[in-house]
Structures are given as C-alpha cells and as structure tokens.
Design a protein around this ligand. Structure first.
Ligand code: NAD
Length: 487
C-alpha cells in the first residue's frame, strides 16, 4: 500500500486543505514512493501563522542555546546518514556515494551554523563624538520562506534552514515536488533534535499552488529561493518588498590549456559533466580546450565517456544514475537534436537508455561554437560540449559569453594563466586544477549575472538570514549632534 504523507504546521502533521495529493516516483524504477499533500494558499497561511506565533520564543532564545539544538541535530543526522542517503538515491536518483555527500553537506552546514551560535559577530567602531559607543548587532528577520529544488534534496534545504535557524528566524519550507519524501525525512529529524513546534513548518506541493502564496505572503519577510532562472525572475516580480535571495542556473565551463595535466583534466570533466547526471547548477557543461590539444583530448575523453555505466544509483557499479523525470529526459534529448541541427558533432550518447526509468546516455558534442544554443542554454542533463580556442584570452571570452556566472575552472600548470583566469572570469566560483563542482560548507557559494547575487553557506549565509541593526549609545548625558558638534 502506498503511504500518504502529511505536511507539518505548528508541530502537527496534518492533511492539506486542498484534500488533494500527488505522487513521487523513484526515477530509476518508476516505483511510487508515496503520496504527498498538494499544499495550497490556506495551508501556507496557516504555516505562516504558526511560524509567526513561534517567532517570539525562538528569536529570544540565546543563540548559543539555538546552537545546542543544531549540534544535537548534527549528531542525529550523522546517525541517520545512511538511511537519508538511501532516500535521496531512491527519490532523486543520484548514485549512493553522491547521495551520502548530499547528506554530509547538510551535516557540515549544521555543525558550522551550530558554532555560529557563539559568534554571530557584529562590529564596534569609534564614534566621532565623545562619550558615545557605536556598534552593529545581528537581528533575526522574521518568518522566512524557503523554496528549494530537487537536485540536492538534503543539502540545499540545510544550507537555508541552518543559517535561518541560528539567526533566530522561523520557517515555512516548500521543497520541490519531485523530492518531498527527502524533505519530510529531514524535517522529522529536526523535530527529534528539539526544534520547537512552529519554528519549522513544511508545506509540500507545486510551485504555483504552494510556492506562489509563500512568495506573495505579506508576513513573510525573507524569501530564499534556489531553482531555475525563469522561476527566480517570476519570484522577483511577485515578492514585493522583502529580502529575496536567489540561487539560479548555470552554464559552467572548464578551460583546459595545452600545459595542463590532461588526465587530471579529464577526471575533472567526467566528474563535473556527468556527476549527478549533469543535474548540478555547477555542472561542467562546456569544456573550452586549447586547439593544439583538442584532438588528443577528444579521443581520451570520448573513450572515458563511452565507458560510463548507467544504472540504479543503489548499484555500486553504477557511474551515472537516472535523470529526475521524463520531462528532463525529453528536454535533454531536444538539446541533442538542436546540437545536431546547429552543426555540432556528436561523439557519444545522444539517446535514452533502458526500458524502465528516466535514463539518458552520457552525451558528448565537439566542434561546438560558443554561440550555439547547446553552448549557451542550461540543459541540466548529461551533455557536455567541447569548444576549441586559440589561447587563454579567447578561452576567457568564451567562458564569459553566457548569461550565467556560477562556477568555472581552469586546468593549467602556469601560475600566471591561473591568476589571469581568476581575474578575468565572471563567476562566483573559480577552481584551479579541479572541477567546477564540490563546494565546502564554510565558504561562500553563489553566482553573478543571471545566476543571482546571493552568497549562501559560510559566513555570508548570515547576511542572507539576518538584519544588521546599528546601535548608537550616547552616555554623555547631553544632546550631541553628529556632523554638527565638530569641536
Ligand atoms: P524550478 O525553478 O523549477 O523549481 C525550484 C522550486 O521552485 C521548486 O520547489 C518549485 O516547486 C518552486 N517553484 C516553481 N515555480 C514557482 C513559483 N512560480 N513560485 C514559487 N515557487 C515556485 O527548478 P528545479 O527544476 O527544481 O531545479 C533546477 C534548477 O535549479 C536549475 O536551473 C539549476 O541550475 C538550479 N539550481 C541552482 C542552484 C544554485 O545554487 N545556484 C543549486 C541547485 C539548482
């Protein structure tokens, strides 16, 4: 029997007022994993009310005490790492080793933010007047609406939930409709760790029915969204005057110069291009290779790509898991057709795979020019394009020719080339001699241009989830006027 899961409002698991449900499938087997509430505006309103009621208690709890709950949560996440990872593989499809990484990222950010409970630093600075003290303190924002995608169903919610909690906010969380089970399992652990009732509320459902009411809600003071550029744009139009954090798409590239360690670079392309079946915002979908090594590189890379094994992510022999759903497979295939029509040469893949599940073969194009659609638009699938260039200057120009600016990488043994790339590439992340993927929880993460401008994780996450209050404390006992009393 298929289990029907509920939504969490004010500490109670309840059914949606819509009385409707939707199902979530295992993308490798197409087996139904459960039925989930189709949350709507009424559910969101109740969740926001619950979050508002919980705000006073949570925000006034000393931050180190909030940190203690997060430390407890981190150890519960560690205890439950394997079962959470298996849920990620079953529902999202990524191979188990990557799913464990997804959960580990959640553990890392939880520990990091737990420690922030004893920091949450403000600043002090001298006043221009005598007997006056100046400082800044961090204040919580209020109720935060967190809207997340399916590709990191544990890590991305954790990247938002942990800083939001440590800063003293309460939460209405809406996960992607493709991964509601991962979200429920994660939130159950937050409850067990002792996050008080109403501090985190979970509403499952579609973007339109459950997401839009969160974005529009007048009592929600901050929206933190990770997802596609088009949805991000919609959110900026709907949110009104709120703090809005956006982490959107990418069209990331790896530059490989002729002085690079080619085997190392190929490992990076395989990992960046086909890891998570290319469904990472930081996926390396473009490889910008110096002409002099293009032929050798193409040969070595296509040999490696054609050996990648597709299959269920739970099978230890699998290199590449399924895509998230049928629509994603169709989108990827439509880009294969576009690439062929545009005159790019297909070296590997280009087809669906197997009879069950949403599989697409690892696909490699060469002779791609920087302005082809396959080199400009986010495919979000296992498709890599090789673009050849004369030199580093042209490589940087090609790298910057897209509207996105999330991650980038350069393989070279020349320090000057590496630093020129770091200076010249328009992106939030640049890796040297490593792939475009693999951020660490204590460092800022985010992009520029159409990727958005928020920086999640690390100390910058606190900027997203707190307000700075400036405090002037005058102990002179008389009226002192800044800028006017200059004596
Ligand atoms: P999506 O934009 O379709 O959905 C993301 C979330 O937004 C889901 O929960 C969805 O239900 C919700 N949503 C959809 N329409 C909405 C609306 N009108 N109002 C409010 N909420 C709405 O994205 P996706 O397909 O789930 O994820 C893939 C995209 O996410 C890719 O573009 C990828 O690059 C991007 N992504 C970015 C980052 C990053 O950190 N920059 C990380 C992961 C994924």
């Amino acid at each position: 029997m298929t289990k029907t899961y509920k939504i969490l409002i004010g500490g109670k698991w309840v059914s949606s007022e819509s009385k409707e449900t939707f199902q979530s499938l295992n993308p490798a087997t197409e087996k139904i994993l459960g039925r989930f509430q189709s949350g709507n505006e009424n559910d969101v309103n109740q969740a926001v009310d619950a979050a508002e009621r919980a705000f006073e208690g949570w925000s006034s709890l000393p931050a180190p005490k909030r940190g203690e709950i997060l430390f407890r949560l981190a150890s519960l996440l560690k205890e439950n790492k394997e079962s959470l990872a298996r849920t990620v593989t079953n529902e999202m499809g990524k191979v188990l080793s990557e799913a464990r990484g997804d959960v580990q990222e959640a553990i890392d950010i939880t520990e990091y933010m737990a420690g922030e409970g004893r920091r949450l630093f403000g600043r002090t600075t001298p006043s221009e007047l005598r007997d006056k003290f100046c400082m800044t303190v961090r204040r919580p924002i209020g109720v935060c609406g967190l809207i997340t995608p399916w590709n990191f169903p544990t890590a991305i919610p954790a990247w938002k939930i942990m800083p939001a909690l440590i800063c003293g906010n309460t939460i209405v969380f809406k996960p992607a409709s493709d991964t509601p089970l991962c979200a429920i399992k994660f939130v159950e652990i937050l409850e067990k760790a002792g996050v008080p009732k109403g501090v985190i509320n979970l509403v499952t459902g579609s973007g339109e029915q459950a997401g839009t009411p969160i974005v529009r809600h007048k009592s929600i003071r901050c929206i933190s969204f990770t997802g596609s550029r088009d949805t991000g744009l919609q959110i900026t139009k709907e949110a009104g005057i709120k703090k809005v954090g956006l982490e959107l798409g990418g069209k990331n590239g790896i530059i490989i110069l002729e002085d690079a360690d080619l085997n190392l670079a190929i490992d990076g392309v395989i990992w960046g291009g086909y890891g998570t079946t290319g469904q990472r915002c930081t996926a390396a979908s473009r490889v910008i290779v110096q002409q002099s090594i293009k032929e050798r590189f193409e040969k070595l890379l296509s040999e490696r790509v054609s050996r990648l094994r597709l299959g269920n992510g739970l099978d230890s022999k699998t290199d590449v898991g399924p895509m998230i759903n049928k629509k994603a497979v169709e989108k990827t295939h439509s880009y294969t057709e576009i690439g062929i029509k545009e005159g790019a040469k297909l070296l590997c893949g280009g087809h669906t795979f197997g009879k069950k599940g949403f599989f697409y073969q690892p696909t490699l194009f060469t002779d791609v020019t920087y302005n082809m659609r396959i080199a400009q638009e986010e495919i979000f699938g296992p498709t890599v394009c090789i673009i050849s260039v004369k030199n580093l200057e042209e490589a940087i120009e090609v790298m910057n020719s897209v509207t996105y600016g999330l991650s980038s990488s350069i393989y070279t043994s020349n320090m000057r080339s590496a630093f020129k790339a770091i200076e010249g590439i328009e992106a939030g992340l640049t890796y040297v001699n490593s792939s475009t993927i693999g951020s660490e929880a204590h460092l800022p993460f985010g992009g520029v241009k159409q990727t958005g401008s928020t920086r999640e994780a690390g100390w910058t996450a606190l900027e997203e989830f707190s307000e700075i209050k400036t405090v002037y404390f005058d102990y002179s006992g008389k009226l002192q006027k800044a800028q006017i009393d200059t004596g």
